[in-house]
Design a protein around this ligand. Structure first.
Ligand SMILES: Cc1cc2nc3c(=O)[nH]c(=O)nc-3n(C[C@H](O)[C@H](O)[C@H](O)COP(=O)(O)OP(=O)(O)OC[C@H]3O[C@@H](n4cnc5c(N)ncnc54)[C@H](O)[C@@H]3O)c2cc1C
Length: 387
């Protein structure tokens, strides 16, 4: 084995989690040698990361937009609400990548390698990264966000749904969007299997990202998302295809599943899983951005102060049960899921729902939310998962 170079840390995958870790290490003054490997460092705008928080947001200086008002529409119910407790933010992946890479290039101990990674392995004292070009890089730790852990047994994954979506970023000459109000969910009434809804991020009166999103077991043909977006623009804004220009498309598949927490990639303890493959996605919403920020911040602190690993924070047990029950309902009945969302949005303020989904609610607030939705599907889900 010809060894190309040895580092203290290798970050395998320079996407959201890998670059977040690199950012917090660099900003925190980590002075050992770090290599970040990705197939490309081109700052591509292919992900629009949104999140809500009542704290000062991370990466404040590159936030693309912020909203304080949201709209939801489900069946015959529609609501427009001010968010009093939270703001909803978005960051473009291109801005994020550009900003982090600019910072890393100012630190002599941070190195970038544009390489395709073929394999990750461990021996007694080192973690080893092998590239497609046959180069071996060694480190004390590899933090990887490129492959699911080897020990992940598919039979241990419960309710494996996917949140899949395709978005059009459009520009039009007509001033039709309200840039103050984003649409969190505008449900399609008779969608099956699963649930389908439109998500709208208005950037200006003439510029927006419109996504058709589905929670279901398998993805659709790309034309199906596109047809639904076109129909939505036609029915809601009277826009025909000739009336707007599609500047960019954004496609994603995010796992919605309950799976065992597996901290390491293989049987060793020096290749650590990060990001989506590290199980940091909230199963019922797909939101991952803030969880990645929390974990990579904690991890970088621990590496800087005493070169130790810390495990990612786990959701409190009760929220894991709520996720389990909700995934059960989503995977068994589109009709019941739609009814559930309708009662949820009708009987609770958006702030309360976001607090609950962000796992910041108290047990009593959870009970209020639970008692506001039909109990039958939940009782069935609880029965199924306990007995
Ligand atoms: C389109 C889209 C929109 C999303 N929007 C949101 C959102 O609004 N809010 C939210 O909270 N979450 C969102 N998510 C979910 C989640 O936050 C993102 O998927 C996030 O990018 C996950 O970060 P990650 O580091 O795990 O993976 P990634 O960001 O995908 O990083 C993995 C990196 O590894 C590199 N890589 C992979 N394989 C190899 C290889 N063999 N060799 C070299 N490099 C390799 C890739 O190039 C990539 O840069 C979205 C996901 C998608 C797909």
């Amino acid at each position: 084995m010809k060894i190309e170079a040895t580092y203290d840390i290798i970050i395998a995958g320079g996407g959201l989690s890998g670059l977040s870790l690199a950012w917090y290490l660099a900003k925190g003054g980590y002075d050992k040698q770090v290599l970040v490997v990705d197939s490309t460092f081109a700052p591509v705008n292919n992900k629009t990361w949104c999140f809500w928080t009542n704290q000062p947001p991370p990466f404040l200086h590159i936030l693309y937009r912020k909203w304080e008002k949201a709209r939801v529409s489900v069946s015959d119910y529609e609501t427009f609400q001010n968010l009093n407790e939270f703001n909803y933010y978005c960051i473009r992946s291109s801005d994020f990548k550009e900003c982090v890479l600019k910072e890393l290039r100012q630190h002599k101990n941070f190195h970038l390698a544009e390489e395709n990674i073929l394999d990750l392995s461990s021996n007694k004292d080192k973690a080893i990264l092998l590239t497609k070009n046959g180069k071996h890089y060694l480190a004390d730790y590899i933090f990887q966000s490129i492959k699911p852990p080897q020990q992940l047994d598919p039979s241990e994954v419960e309710y494996s749904l996917v949140q899949h979506f395709l978005g059009y970023e459009i520009k039009t000459n007509n001033r039709i969007f309200d840039p103050e109000t984003f649409t969190l969910m505008d449900f399609e009434n008779n969608f099956s299997p699963g649930i389908g809804f439109i998500y709208v991020l208005p950037f200006s009166p003439q510029h927006a990202l419109i996504e058709f999103t589905v929670f279901s077991k398998s993805v659709l043909a790309k034309t199906e998302y596109k047809q639904r977006i076109a129909l939505y623009l036609q029915q809601n804004f009277k826009l025909d295809e000739k009336d707007y220009e599609v500047k960019r498309q954004e496609y994603g598949e995010i796992p919605m599943e309950i799976r065992p927490h597996i901290p390491f990639y293989n049987d060793g303890t020096n290749i650590v899983n990060l990001g989506t493959v590290g199980g940091q996605t909230k199963p019922t919403t797909g939101y991952t951005f803030l969880r990645i920020q929390d974990y990579t911040q904690q991890l970088s602190q621990s590496l800087i102060t005493d070169n130790r690993l810390v495990p990612p924070p786990q959701s409190p047990k009760r929220f894991r049960y709520y996720d389990l029950w909700l995934l059960h309902i989503l995977s068994t009945s589109s009709e019941e899921s739609l009814l559930l969302f309708k009662s949820l949005f009708k009987n609770n303020k958006l702030d309360e729902i976001l607090r609950f989904l962000g796992e910041d609610s108290s047990f009593f607030q959870d009970l209020k939310i639970m008692s506001s939705v039909p109990s039958r599907p939940f009782l069935k889900a609880i029965w199924k998962n306990f007995f």
